[in-house]
Design a protein around this ligand. Structure first.
Ligand code: HAM
Length: 415
């Protein structure tokens, strides 16, 4: 055991597990592409201001959880705690908000939050995310939820969808006033962070992880009682269209989400066993303007935690497809055999076939044991005699059946 271990709250994906991640990523990309999204990549770290302004400086993420440091040039840098703000920054910087709409994007990222590590909660975690820019219509909310639903169904995951509307700045104002009045009466019991939030953003108290603040929040006024006409209508269309599309959901007026940028629709797909959100998102109509300064473009999206997807699928015994296994292992005896085995394997690989040969200088017995362990479908042994005659026996490892074949046919993958 090495003295230096992986940092707390991080995860190693070992080589015999990575196919599970690849399986999910492949399904995620295929689903996103089917819905017209294209992949984007962006830096792991950004100017700290981006998240302070984007995610919101009264959120837990910004106040307590960001990995922020000064670089050697004296700039304040933050390891991204999520992807949405970066995607908006990227599109703004490259002038894409003035171009063809809708703009539909997806990404795979690692994200960093200094949270208390526990089941399903990491300090470095990975997300598959989707962001769509342009549409203000609630049908776009349905589209993005449908994308999320298709993705989870594609994996076989049965998650429960919870939706809410958290209004717009117009209705939010009245709601914040009502919340302030409510929490003011319990001010002394709130945690220190929430006391500070009372003035600046009382809605954030509803998202506090302290059990005392959560308890107080249980009887707080609900945003859905404060929605303006437009937000109410938007929420109603969302519900009727989800129903029309056969997507079942539960309304949960207590979802506020942990990021400040949301407006109107918010949603979470929860694992019914752990109660954790495996995918979550919503609409953010003010974020582009907040970051870009000029463009007024609506946005919406979601992100799904890869670690949570993997562990839900493992627990439910869902398939991750097949772990890649070699079609052939070409064993050898002696130098002539080794050279021929290498040549055959290279030729098979050129034809796109996964094949292996010995690179450890092992005995024939050890080579065959290894071939069996890695699950090779076929094996063949090449020694001086086989090289001279140009023929060898190809063994089907699952049936034990042996067929004599020319080395040329084996090289051509004719088995
Ligand atoms: P979020 O709810 O903070 O939203 O994270 C989205 C998902 O990432 C969660 O539902 C969960 O599956 C996973 N996740 C979050 N934190 C952790 C953690 N500490 N450990 C493991 N998994 C975690 C966002 O990040 C928004 N950017 C989503 C979005 C995109 N909204 C609109 N567009």
């Amino acid at each position: 055991m090495p003295e230096i271990k992986a940092p707390r709250g991080t995860l190693d994906v070992l080589s015999d597990q990575s196919y599970k991640w690849q399986y999910i990523e492949k399904k995620a990309a295929a689903t996103a592409i089917k819905f017209g999204c294209r992949e984007v990549r962006f830096p792991t770290f950004e100017d700290t201001n981006l998240f302070q302004r984007g995610v919101g400086d009264t959120t837990d993420i910004v106040q307590k959880e960001m990995y922020t440091f000064e670089d050697k040039g004296g700039r304040s840098i933050t390891l991204r705690p999520e992807g949405t703000a970066s995607v908006v920054r990227q599109c703004s910087e490259h002038g894409l908000f003035g171009g063809l709409m809708p703009l539909k994007l997806f990404y795979f990222i690692s994200a960093f939050r200094y949270e208390k590590p526990q089941a399903g909660r990491f300090r470095e975690f990975h997300q598959f995310g989707v962001e769509v820019f342009g549409p203000s219509d609630p049908n776009a909310d349905v589209e993005i939820i449908t994308l999320a639903d298709s993705f989870l169904k594609e994996l076989g995951i049965k998650a429960q969808l919870y939706i809410n509307s958290i209004g717009c700045p117009v209705c939010r104002k009245k709601y914040q006033d009502a919340l302030k009045e409510y929490f003011e009466s319990r001010k002394d019991d709130l945690c220190e962070t929430c006391k500070g939030r009372l003035e600046r953003n009382p809605m954030r108290i509803l998202d506090c992880k302290s059990p005392v603040c959560q308890g107080i929040g249980e009887n707080a006024p609900l945003i859905t009682d404060f929605l303006c006409e437009e937000c109410e209508a938007h929420y109603n269309v969302l519900q009727s269209e989800l129903t029309a599309g056969g997507i079942s959901f539960t309304k949960d007026p207590r979802i506020v989400r942990g990021l400040d940028y949301y407006t109107k629709t918010v949603f979470e797909f929860k694992d019914p066993v752990t109660g954790l959100a495996i995918l979550a998102g919503g609409r953010y109509d003010g974020l582009v303007h907040e970051i870009d300064g000029k463009a007024n473009v609506c946005g919406l999206g979601f992100a799904s935690g890869m670690e949570r997807l993997v562990s839900t699928m493992e627990r439910e015994g869902l398939s991750f497809g097949e772990e890649p296994k070699p079609k052939a292992f070409i064993a050898c005896i002696g130098e002539k055999g080794a050279a021929a085995a290498r040549k055959i394997v290279y030729s098979l690989r050129e034809k796109g076939i996964y094949a292996e040969f010995d690179i450890m200088g092992r005995s024939l017995k050890a080579q065959m044991k290894y071939a069996d362990k890695i699950g090779a479908q076929y094996t063949a042994v090449l020694g001086d005699n086989e090289v001279d005659t140009g023929k060898t026996n190809l063994k089907n490892m699952s049936t034990g059946e042996q067929t004599e074949m020319s080395l040329c046919d084996i090289s051509d993958g004719k088995f």
